[in-house]
Design a protein around this ligand. Structure first.
Ligand code: SIN
Length: 307
């Protein structure tokens, strides 16, 4: 069974990665991921300066997934640029976001001027910053921002998107994204501003934003698969898809690939299980492929059947 793949011209042992935000804040966590069976690693979304994030509790595992309102805690862009400078992985993923329009531009200019040679994931979809709407829900702003970014940014760039729920929105966003030389689109970030209630206390379970937070895990798989499929069938083939959302088993990885994902990220389940999750998922994916008679990812990637 061959789980190998290539992404941006680089061979990877398999298609699995962490989702930015989980187990990737510190050098220690990132090195633990690198030592796991993940095919590639992405660092926590970095802002220009370090942030403590929102007050705790801000991440809670639930029976069907998770709710979080982390608020982009991170050690600052320089920390992650320094981390990646010490590493030799053939493909490095650096997630970044600004706290406002100008900071987005400044952060990307800093990456452009740095020695970083990996792929930058531009996070347009953090739902947890009080008072700040997600950029990628504002189509005009997204187009304006990407237009300005590609006037100076020459390194490989992907974008992390929130989930969309309307076919017209897939059409509109794909039409915008197709105008840019993006390496990939990562769908989906958490389903923003859900609410989980503790039945014992009649209270919300996280402190920030009166309990509203991004939902991940099993709850979100159908939405994630729909977003992967919708963008796979609308984007130009040069723009690859990274599928994120609801990956608990090898079958879930298989389904993301079937919908058109080239790589698959794991968030909630990585948080629950730790980096050993990648060994389990690769073994389970291999078993699914064997049972279906597939030898390689290319045998079924994107080949979802319709009725
Ligand atoms: C957070 O730090 O609030 C989560 C990051 C994200 O959802 O983009």
């Amino acid at each position: 069974m061959n789980l190998q793949t290539t992404f941006y011209g680089q061979p990877l042992a398999n298609c699995l990665m962490n989702a930015s935000g989980v187990h990737c804040m510190t050098n220690t966590e990132l090195a633990e991921l690198a030592a796991s069976q993940a095919g590639a690693v992405i660092s926590k979304t970095a802002t220009l300066t370090a942030r403590a994030g929102n007050p705790e509790p801000r991440y809670v595992d639930t029976s069907l997934g998770s709710i979080n309102s982390m608020g982009l805690p991170n050690l600052g862009l320089d920390y992650y640029l320094d981390y990646w400078a010490t590493r030799t992985e053939p493909l490095q993923f650096l997630s970044v976001a600004g706290m406002n329009y100008t900071e987005n531009i400044t952060a990307l200019k800093k990456i452009e001027a740095s020695d970083f040679t990996g792929i930058t994931e531009f996070n347009l979809s953090c739902p947890n910053l009080p008072g700040k709407p997600q950029i990628a829900y504002d189509f005009e702003l997204t187009k304006k921002l990407l237009t300005e970014v590609f006037q100076f940014f020459t390194k490989p760039l992907g974008v992390k998107l929130p989930p969309y729920f309307d076919l017209a929105h897939f059409d509109q966003m794909a039409e915008i994204l197709n105008q840019f030389p993006l390496v990939y689109v990562n769908s989906i970030n958490s389903v923003g501003n859900g609410l989980v209630i503790d039945p014992k206390t009649d209270a919300v379970v996280i402190k920030p934003k009166a309990g509203f937070g991004g939902i991940g895990g099993e709850y979100v798989k159908p939405t994630a698969l729909a977003n992967v499929r919708a963008f796979y069938t609308r984007l130009k083939p040069e723009i690859k898809i990274i599928g994120t959302g609801g990956v608990l088993t090898g079958q879930d990885v298989f389904e993301h690939l079937l919908c058109g994902a080239s790589l698959v990220q794991v968030g909630t389940q990585l948080h629950q299980e730790g980096p050993e999750v990648f060994a389990r998922l690769t073994a389970e994916l291999a078993a699914v492929m064997e049972q279906k008679g597939y030898q390689s990812l290319a045998d079924f990637q994107g080949k979802l059947k319709t009725l």
